[in-house]
Design a binder for this molecule. Structure first.
Ligand SMILES: C[S@@+](CC[C@H](N)C(=O)[O-])C[C@H]1O[C@@H](n2cnc3c(N)ncnc32)[C@H](O)[C@@H]1O
Length: 278
């Protein structure tokens, strides 16, 4: 009993840390400037139709929720970090659609079994630390015959590389917490969903990012805008040598993934998965 209470308290503390992290910087700018095309990609892949009940898990500012609503669906956008909903509401309003915004942990969704026709998550649920628990929740709240659609950064792609690069600069995750880019590994995600889904379709795609004109601009952007990178810098703020090393390492990520000549052009790889719940 004591152990359970302690575990629950530790989980709450971990989630509070994650919430703070995603509220840092300017994630709304990341979604709007760098990856806005991913929402529509997922909505199309999942075949969202008018009138369907759709849940966007770890929705952030509604990268998926808003295009799903534009497709005529009845959409709930849920996320651990309600601070992001202000930008999400403004986005929905600009697009002239209604979305319901609800604070929720992907590992304990506050919805009844079989509540949704489609449950989607774009580079979102992958950041919940306990993968099996989160996958179980996706399946549980999707009705039999409904669809799950996921976009996840791959371990070998740009974001996988970014997280690997930051790893030496952040404290190790608590026991049981798994690395986000594992959701971009087909074998891993198929095992998470298991035989509770059928008609699984998986493909790797890329989103091309041209927003940075040099590795330096790129590094400053991540340093100031993206929660996980801001945390890595904060952890080393009183150590100028390590901060300089992190600067070098982050700029090197851009260089490794740059296919441009003169300007920075990067193809960020992700795994797109759709499946039908049995
Ligand atoms: C990279 S952002 C993606 C947001 C959005 N889906 C998009 O495409 O822009 C990751 C999101 O996961 C959310 N998140 C992290 N851990 C979560 C958890 N345990 N439950 C729900 N959301 C979580 C963060 O608050 C953040 O909004």
């Amino acid at each position: 009993m004591t152990e359970t209470i302690t575990d629950a308290a530790a989980d709450r503390a971990l989630k509070a840390k994650h919430r703070t992290m995603w509220g840092l910087g300017d994630y709304p700018d990341v979604a709007a400037r760098l990856i806005p095309e991913l929402g529509p990609v997922l909505v199309t892949a999942a075949g969202i139709r008018p009138g369907e009940r759709v849940l966007d898990v770890a929705a952030g500012t509604g990268n998926v929720a808003v295009p799903a609503a534009l497709a005529g669906a009845d959409v709930v956008a849920s996320d651990l970090t309600p601070e992001l909903f202000t930008a999400g509401r403004a986005f929905a309003e600009r697009q002239g659609v209604a979305v319901r915004w609800e604070e929720a942990d992907a590992e304990a969704l506050p919805y009844a079994d079989d509540s949704f026709d489609a449950v989607l998550s774009c580079v979102g649920v992958m950041f919940a630390p306990h993968h099996q628990q989160a996958a179980d929740e996706l399946v549980r709240v999707t009705r039999p015959g409904g669809r799950i659609g996921l976009i996840s950064w791959t371990p070998e792609g740009f974001v996988g590389d970014l997280f690997r690069t930051m790893k030496p600069y952040v404290p190790p995750p608590p026991p049981g917490a798994q690395p986000p880019p594992l959701w971009g590994d087909e074998t891993h995600v198929r095992a998470l969903l298991g035989d509770r889904v059928t008609d699984v379709e998986v493909r790797k795609q890329t989103v091309t990012v041209t927003a940075f004109d040099s590795p330096d601009t790129f590094r400053s952007y991540w340093r100031e805008t993206y929660g996980p990178t801001i945390v890595a810098y904060r952890n080393n703020a009183d150590d100028p040598e390590r901060t300089a090393a992190l600067d070098t390492d982050i700029a090197a990520v851009a260089e490794r993934h740059d296919r441009g000549s003169g300007t920075t052009v990067m193809d960020w790889e992700y795994l797109l998965l759709t499946a039908r719940v049995v």
